[in-house]
Structures are given as C-alpha cells and as structure tokens.
Design a binder for this molecule. Structure first.
Ligand code: TYM
Length: 337
C-alpha cells in the first residue's frame, strides 16, 4: 500500500493566489505519483468568515476547479468538499474533548485573525478551526500533509492530538501525520509588502498574483513590485525582501536555482528581472487559467468529480470514525455492529 497524503484549501476567494500554488498545490500534484492522495475544499472552515451563501457556493466550485486545472488527477486522487463528508465535523467534536484550552489558545493564526476582527467579530469556530483541521487529517490515516509554512503550528497540534489518541485509546488508533513543507517556497510574500505573506484574504490587489487574474494585470503587478533602492540583484531576505521574493518565484517556476539567476542577472537592473519574470509567470499561469475556466464552465462535470470524491472519501472516513467512536466507549447502534 502507498503512503497517504492529505491536504486542503479554503474556498475563501474567487481565485487561489501564487502562494497557495507554490507553497502547496505544486507539491500536491507531484505527490500523486508516489502517494494515495486526498485533496479537499474545506468549506466548513470557510464558514468562520461568514461568507454570503451564493459566494461560498461559487468559490467552492472555483477552488476545486483550480486543483484540477493545476494537475490534480481525479481518476487517481480523491477531490472532494469537506461538507459532503459529515465525519469531519463529527470527529472535530471528539477531538475538541481531547484538546486543552491553553493548547488551542496558543495558535498564532487565531491570535492574528481575532486581533484583526476584534472580540465582537471573533466566532468560536475561528478558535476551534485547528481542531477541525486535525479531524480532516486524522480521518484518513494520513502520513504526509503538504502545506506552506503558515500551517506548521496547526500541523503540530494535529500530531499532538494523534499521539494523545494513541496513548489513551491504543497505539494503532490513528496515524501520526508528518508535515511536508518545502523550504524554498514555504512562504511567498506580498509583492507590495514583501515582509508579509501573500494572502487571499489580506493582500491588496497589487500585492497579489491570482491564478485566475487577467494576465495583463499579473504582469503589471510584477512590474510594480516593491524593491529596494540599491538596485543590485541579490538574494537577501533581511535587507532585500522584495527582490528575494521575486527570485524565489522565478526559481520555482523556471527551474533555475536562485544562485544561477543571480549570476545570470549580474549587472542588470530590477526592471529586466521584472519584465522577464512577468513573462515567465504569465506563460506558466495561462494554461492553468484556461483549464480552470473550462471546469468552471462545466459545473455538471465538476460536480460529478466532487460526488465521486465524496463517495470514496466517505468510505475511509466512516471506518475511521466508527473505530474511534468504539474506542472512546460510545455504544454503537446495534445495526452497525
Ligand atoms: P489556506 O486555504 O489558507 O491555504 C492553502 C495552502 O496554501 C498555503 N499558503 C502559502 N504557501 C506559501 N506562501 C504563501 N503566501 C501561502 N499562503 C497560503 C497554506 O499553507 C496552505 O497549505 N488551514 C488550511 C486549510 C486546511 C488544511 C486542512 C490544510 C484545512 N484542513 C488539512 C491541510 C490539511 C488553510 O487555511 O489553508
């Protein structure tokens, strides 16, 4: 049996951004060759930001369409919506009874997000979000979870919960997942504020590269990216965050190492680098953009992929939940025994 990979993205925008793509999706596609892969659109997580119902429905499809357009192959891998498999919410409840208040309260993403919206705008779902994420992962006996750097702490919680379940309920109760975080691309930065991560929810329109954005405006954003004034193309995250971010993106898409790029651009100006990078990004994204649009324009085909994915995911998830319910001492209904 192949090891299992699980990962997921929130449908919180009309397009994924380049950080989602380079930090995670590119790895999802590669891992399909060596792993049994399950990739989810976590629509229950997206409820924590109170989306309009129609917007959430649209974004759920658009997010799945981009997974497929990027190369996730539904004939091999499972692609599904979290809410189609009710065991996610059920396991999250069970896990919440294994999670300490202090432990949940230490999650930095919760602290950042709740500070941004203030106490009155912060719902309990935002607080328990990492527990639902742990449920996503543990339901499938996941070995590896490919994500960007911002999910490292959440994964640590998933691992702690897995180990706690095994200690309390028996060694083979669940699989302890390992993070898969690629150092070079684990954090792609905002083009305008290159010390902050690029984000679907928080980047300005000029700071972000969206997968479904019109190519002209992608090129415009890259050409307008913030860089420093000393005009030397070098990789230095501390002192030259803007150029370093551009070099990271360039290297990830073009295959040349950052060192090679620095050598190739020696003596050239930032403008050269930006013009070339804009072309590389546009060439790379155009076929993905077109493939995503095809999926978006055939919602029936897309829904069929999601229905098939939900059925295959449910089979695994229901067996795991049944095992856990039994081990914690919930009396199973006689028709299931
Ligand atoms: P989400 O939807 O915020 O992000 C999806 C993925 O993209 C990565 N990412 C980045 N990587 C590099 N640079 C960036 N600027 C950047 N921005 C985002 C994220 O690390 C993530 O891998 N909580 C998760 C969704 C989730 C999940 C799961 C993930 C729910 N359950 C189970 C893995 C396993 C999230 O909010 O991702």
């Amino acid at each position: 049996m192949k090891p299992r990979v699980f990962s997921a993205m929130q449908p919180t925008a009309d397009s994924l951004q380049l950080g989602n793509f380079l930090g995670a999706l590119v790895e999802w596609v590669k891992l399909q060759d060596t792993h049994d892969a399950i990739y989810g659109v976590v629509d229950l997580h997206a409820l924590t930001v109170a989306p309009e119902p129609e917007v959430l429905r649209r974004r759920s499809r658009v997010t799945a369409a981009q997974f497929l357009a990027a190369g996730v192959d539904p004939s091999r891998s499972i692609v599904f919506l979290q809410s189609h498999v009710p065991e996610h919410a059920e396991l999250a409840w069970l896990l919440s009874t294994f999670t300490g208040m202090g432990e949940a309260g230490r999650m930095t993403q919760f602290k950042d997000k709740s500070a941004r919206v203030g106490e009155s705008g912060t719902n309990v779902g935002l607080f328990t979000y990492p527990i639902l994420m742990a449920a996503d992962i543990l339901l499938y006996d996941t070995n590896v979870v490919p994500v960007g750097e911002d999910q490292r702490q959440h994964l640590e919680l998933s691992r702690d919960l897995a180990m706690r379940l095994n200690a309390r309920l028996g060694e083979d109760t669940v699989t302890v997942p390992e993070p898969h975080i690629v150092k070079e691309t684990a954090k792609i930065f905002d083009l305008q504020e290159p010390t902050k991560k690029m984000s679907k929810s928080f980047s300005s329109p000029k700071g972000i590269i969206e997968i479904l954005q019109d190519p002209k405006s992608v090129a415009k954003n890259i050409k307008a990216a913030a860089t420093d004034s000393d005009a030397v193309i070098a990789f230095d995250r501390e002192n030259k965050a803007g150029v370093s971010n551009l070099l990271t993106i360039y290297s990830a898409l073009d295959g040349r190492s950052v060192d090679q790029l620095v050598a190739d651009y020696e003596g050239k100006m930032y403008g050269h680098l930006k013009v070339d990078l804009a072309e590389v990004v546009v060439n790379y994204l155009t076929p993905i953009h077109d493939a995503a649009m095809e999926w978006i324009e055939s919602p029936d085909r897309l829904d069929a992929v999601l229905a098939d994915g939900a059925e295959r995911a449910s089979e695994i998830a229901s067996a795991t939940l049944e095992r856990l319910y039994d081990r914690v001492g919930l009396l199973r209904p006689s028709h299931r025994r």
